[in-house]
Design a protein around this ligand. Structure first.
Ligand code: SF4
Length: 336
């Protein structure tokens, strides 16, 4: 299996890759408009078993397929991998039966040296799955019965090598999805703010609490590190690929400073296809308004230039903006 080029899959000591035991999905929100899985399936028609039919039976729908032959792949990886689970699907899609997810979690539990990251745009289903009181037993049973030679007794729950996250792209979906994510039992709960398509106020979503439940966001040292309602990691990025929508720098800086204030580790992945204009740029500029309706006090429109994802990178911060070099991870990665 090929290594992944996704930047956040490379914490020190790990090789990044994608694992796709399930493929297929349906679009749920504006962040899906230029879905990477859809683009991939059109370019490589047979890669995930669609035989060119990914778009059937409707333009926004791909049949959900369970590739059981891929299930045992993690057992064969010798060195520690950081694995994106279902990079071309949504593990918690409504058409994915819970028994499939239990099988996948059983494989994850039996492969503690690898780190698995899952993302969903359906956190309500993730929550329903994870909070069910019998789930731990079902996953244990699955592991014990399907791989008895590898099962060494009950494993910790929630699984220490599974990070669960949700994607948000604008204020509406941040307000809808992040509060649900904060209830999900997981060792690391993370927000993927990509593609960032508008300004988001993260104040309530990045709150920190003390042991009495008081809001102590920004008060370093007072946080209860075992607070089960806070987020543990935030990844930010603009959109790449055909038809990518540019990200206003102020949307990004606003998110970064909210995360900094709350002490949430941040990974800035990429500007996307367009980055802020710098001297010497010859390509035509694109003007990106801060919001649809310019409200008093809003930052001015940004001047961006489409140079492609590779050149745009993640380090440029011109025109008075500080360069961004944040590639942080939650402290205490899973022990191997
Ligand atoms: S949830 Fe993800 S995989 Fe599914 S359609 Fe949206 S962007 Fe594509």
């Amino acid at each position: 299996m090929a290594e992944s080029t996704i930047e956040w899959l490379w914490p020190e000591g790990y090789t990044g890759m994608a694992w796709n035991p399930i493929t297929g999905c349906t679009k749920v929100s504006p962040g899906c408009a230029n879905c990477y899985a859809e683009t991939l399936s059109i370019r490589f028609k047979n890669v995930h078993g669609y035989g060119g039919n990914y778009l059937a039976p409707s333009p926004d729908r791909a049949p959900i397929l369970f590739h059981e032959d891929r299930l045992e792949q993690p057992f064969h990886w010798k060195k520690p991998r950081c694995v994106f689970v279902n990079s071309v699907s949504d593990l918690f899609h409504e058409d994915v039966p819970y028994v499939w997810i239990e099988k996948i979690l059983a494989v994850i539990a039996l492969n503690p040296k690898h780190l698995f990251l899952a993302l969903t745009k359906r956190p309500e289903r993730m929550l329903a799955f994870m909070e069910f009181s019998m789930r731990e037993r079902f996953v244990n049973l699955e592991a014990k019965e399907s791989w008895p030679d590898k099962y060494n007794g009950a494993f910790p729950w929630p699984l220490p090598n599974l990070w669960l996250g949700t994607s948000v792209e604008n204020q509406h979906f941040a307000d809808e999805r992040l509060p649900i994510l904060r209830e999900v039992p997981a060792v690391v709960r993370w927000a993927s703010v990509e593609p960032l398509l508008g300004p988001i106020n993260f104040t309530q979503h990045f709150e920190r609490h003390d042991s009495n439940g008081r809001n102590v966001t920004g008060l370093l040292g007072l946080w209860d590190e075992s607070d089960t309602t806070s987020l543990d990691w935030a990844v930010f990025g603009g959109e790449s690929g055909a038809g990518a929508r540019p990200m206003h720098p102020a949307w990004l800086y606003r998110g970064l400073s909210a995360a900094d204030h709350a002490g949430i580790p941040v990974f800035f992945k990429q500007w996307g296809n367009a980055r802020p204009v710098i001297s010497g740029d010859t390509k035509p500029a694109v003007i990106v308004p801060y919001s649809r309706r310019l409200n008093p006090g809003d930052p001015p429109p940004a001047t961006m230039v489409k140079v492609g994802k590779k050149i745009a990178g993640a380090g440029i911060g011109p025109d008075g903006y500080t360069p961004i070099t944040k590639k942080q991870y939650p402290a205490g990665l899973v022990s191997r």
